[in-house]
Design a protein around this ligand. Sequence first.
Ligand code: COA
Ligand code: AMP
Length: 644
Amino acid sequence: MADAASTDTAPHAGAWRAAYERSLADPAGFWGEAAEAIDWYQRWDRVLDDSNAPAYRWFAGAELNTCHNAVDRHVAQGRGAQPAIIHDSPVTGTLASITYAELQERVARFAGALRGLGVGKGDRVIVYMPMVPEAAIAMLACARIGAVHSVVFGGFSARELATRIDDAKPRVVVAGSCGIEPSRIVAYKPLLDDALAQASHQPEHCVILQREQQPADLMPGRDLDWAALTAAAEPADCVPVAATDPLYILYTSGTTGQPKGVVRDNGGHAVAMTWSMRNVYNVAPGEVFWSASDVGWVVGHSYIVYAPLLHGCTTVIYEGKPVGTPDAGAFWRVIEQHKVSVLFTAPTAFRAIKRDDPEAKHLARYDTSSLRALFLAGERCDPNTLEWAGEILGVPVVDHWWQTETGWAIAANCLGLEQLPIKPGSPTKPVPGYDVQVLGDDGSAVAPGTIGRIMIKLPLPPGCLPTLWGNDERFRASYLSAEPGYYLSGDAGYFDDDGYLFVMSRIDDIINVAGHRLSTGGMEAVLAGHPDVAECAVIGVADQLKGELPLGLVVLKAGVERAEVDIAKELVAKVRQEIGPVAAFKTVLVVPRLPKTRSGKILRGTMKHIADGTEYRMPATIDDPAILEEIHDALVAAGYAHAG
Ligand code: COA
Ligand code: AMP
């Protein structure tokens, strides 16, 4: 049987409502049918185990292997000669294609190499890799032997990597010798060595993929060369794991400096990924799906690696940027060359293209007729960008809303069910499986048009996080304690009269910089660690390209007489050193005082309004309104606060 509630039917009017209502009325029936698209060694006792609510588990009692479903199964079913992965790397000038049969061979061999190093079921493996096929091979190899991977984005600092190593306690770290940014080669291995020097936990081995652009020095005994190790390894077969066993941990910014280890299970994830390919993205097996993101982010986990492969598509691993590699026609070139059916990226990529080529002149050089739809996520999509993308490409542009925690879309225009009218600024309607509600401070649903906390009534559908790694308590406290029976998304927004959701802002300290999720609290902790800083605040100010950019406001300790410009430079360098270049933290303003409430809470939101030049009301609880005037003047002097 095929996956339920749409699969073999063409998109048609009323399909979204029918699927949505059924998914909420009969989640077990709905997802039980969807699960027929997956190969199981052992079927489930219960589709939805609610015996330990509010901790729910999907497909309890079942056994499967995610790698088998993503790779081996397709070879067995005749897709062996189809490209599974296309590696398109303008930054190295290389192009490679790996068929499903080759992928099976390479994954099995690397799985054997890991096993040879003692890695088994439940062991963790940190993957610190650039956008090369070996990143996906390492992830799938872990899945094959039941190990739990944790991919760390290359733009993070050694300290962030060390934090993740200490939390995940990997037996092995797999890393590339370097990553390639248009402006420079990023040597990953020295960052890894530095991270290991800072971490308390030490892996037994590091497997290093030597890239010719900058090979790394290997530490005898600990460090092993990927190529040599793999050549000597015996291929390993897929092992059955419980549907509820962890497939991976992905760390994401939380409201403190300590990142949250989002856990993904095997069974629910495989079912949700597969269902989403057909029903959200409207893609068929055999088609080319391109997610222009990075394997270090959730978009990369779900839609570069797992979903396209689970669905038998060809996925593109693109090692380049939307602009500058070599120009703003890069995306159109990839679409034409590989006949991409669906593209998924962050709005910031389109803002970058628009900035460099506002009339989309590059587009005329390419045939992009294979493209059927563009999906955008990772940050709120401004209507201008959405409309511009739709005009130049002539395909539906779908803004969809999700987060690392859910692993797939919470709200979207599900093109495989039915294309609903597009409203720029809205990610359309909740996806089947997600009972999305907007609640006011008193816990009751607010009227349409009224902003509130966006929450999801439990249970979350398959694929969403069952917990945080080694920290059930933090999971409950962070996500389940705001309102009994609901998951707190951390976003605020509203439904309009037509039931369209609008996601407007975060209710915590998370900001989105070029689609990358960062915690301003984490940056504040770094600034506060500088000996000259008495107190500080970091706010996300609106930026035309990256959506938001962090801005630091610091008050110096009494008696500090060093030049402010020197201190500001040190603070910028400190954030880059301790969090990483991805934070894009470039500006610090030294101010005499920070505005606070009478109870001493810094008024970050008000400062953000001033910096953005948007309207704000003087907070009733403000301690000293004159301080806001000072901040306003400092921001104007620094080129912010355009509305005066
Ligand atoms: N390894 C090491 N460093 C990295 C890195 C990686 N994998 N990825 C980014 N960086 C560095 C960049 O070199 C840059 O460093 P710099 O301060 O020395 O210039 C910094 O981190 C910020 O990177 P980025 O946010 O990518 O900014 P950018 O100015 O280089 O590019 C865009 C801007 C819009 C072109 C880029 O963000 C982009 O392509 N976004 C696409 C969408 C996307 O990937 N979203 C992710 C979630 S879907
Ligand atoms: P991440 O976990 O990195 O995927 O970031 C998730 C957060 O990014 C969400 O909680 C939102 O704040 C924001 N976000 C992602 N997609 C969208 C979207 N389509 N519209 C509005 N905000 C979004």
